[in-house]
Ligand binder design. Sequence first.
Ligand code: NAD
Length: 491
Amino acid sequence: QLPLRVPITLPSGVTYDQPTGLFINGEFVPSRQHKTFEVLNPSTEQEIAHVYEAREDDVDVAVAAAKAAFENKWGTADPEFRSRCLYKLADLVDKHAEVLAGIESLDNGKSLLCSRGDVDLVAKYLRSCAGWADKIFGRTIDTGSTHFSYTRREPLGVCAQIIPWNFPLLMWSWKLGPALATGNTVVLKPAEATPLSALYACQLVQEAGIPAGVVNILPGFGKLLGDRLCTHKDVKKIAFTGSTATGRHIMRSAANTIKKVTLELGGKSPNIVFGDADLDKAVRTIAFGIFYNSGEVCCAGSRVYVQDTVYEEVLEKFKNYAESLKVGDPFQEGVFQGAQTSQMQIDKILDYVQIGTGEGARVVAGGERLGDKGYFIKPTIFADVTEDMRIVKEEIFGPVVTVSKFSTVDEVIEMANDSEYGLAAGIHTKDINKAMDVSNRVKAGTVWINTYNSFHQSVPFGGFGQSGIGREMGAEALDNYTQVKAVRMAI
Ligand code: NAD
């Protein structure tokens, strides 16, 4: 039988105890059927550990624990108590930051640079949610002298949260933070490729004094657990981040019980460079926009549009910059881009490189796998693309970018908006009027001007079109976890 904790030594030399069980009702437990699955290190393709695999019967137990915790404790707890617990959790994330970042790089393959950035935002976001917990306001409404009318914002109950493998710990915090601040309890399923940081962080949840049953974590596989969570009568909401295809499936399965659904899905975001931009800065920023986190970012700026007057110059600078980025062992100092997270991902990316070449696009940089162990690929730039190519239309989810040429503002707006997605867009120009005009006309949930992949805990993030429903972070995230009750009293 698999022990509930196994010692793991990180490449930095630090040894820690990795929980391997499901986290239900405040403790780590084996799955009821005692099944386990292997977690791989994408940089070496070696096994890191086995963890227990949750099945449908475990879902039922976790949902029951979350329901009891909601009804007896958390849903009616003093908001100040919830706030104190979340502040403590944020402090514990800071205290364990180096181990958490190490686990993330080991499990996901991202560079330590990325993991440290993630952990920093996790702590900031949890602290922001802690501050909101005692600031959930209703309204009084003037309805004349015969009645007194007001609204309350109440929690939903048990929320199921399903997260992907590209930002395992960051997504854990984006989901837990607003749900807990507003008095909900959760059953969260990490991605099967990257369950380790969420399990480790359960220990911090315990230490922060969050009562048993408020947070339950079920490592396991998508469809099996997802279908049970989406159809369970005691689950009131599904919050999902992942592919658009799975998002569609979730909406359909949640329909029978009319669950509230929020979805954070895919993207194919345009990043526009005008001729008057600071070109060196723009090149660094578009590179960060696509190659950060190995390109495994839902809002990656994967379609770059460059004005014809500077097209050749930008392409040359972009190629040189991409080729200067250090790719390799995520734990090595100076490495910018680590490994892709799975065999499935690297195969998908390499397929798209073939597709692009077959479509007649020109590889300007990269286009090849690196080394013979681990899922590494060089930052890849395609030029000479046309807007109907699959590499311009479809989400690749890796360090692969297309560069297109445009001449006028109207033309680039049309190209930028020609997508079923609408998660983000970037604009690079020194002309403030142009920046405002384009940001108003582009169809995207987030617009970055002279920056990209720039997040702040107080700024909402989410998609237009098929990129999703609802918002994460900012005050908007809290709306997704509360329902309005109207009260009207005769005087
Ligand atoms: P996915 O959407 O299948 O997986 C994301 C999460 O959903 C995982 O936890 C998974 O176990 C779960 N899941 C899978 N099937 C489910 C179902 N039927 N019901 C409920 N949950 C389910 O994504 P993937 O297969 O790991 O990756 C495929 C592609 O999705 C990627 O190449 C990428 O293009 C995209 N993707 C996007 C994001 C994003 O943040 N937008 C994140 C991950 C993957």
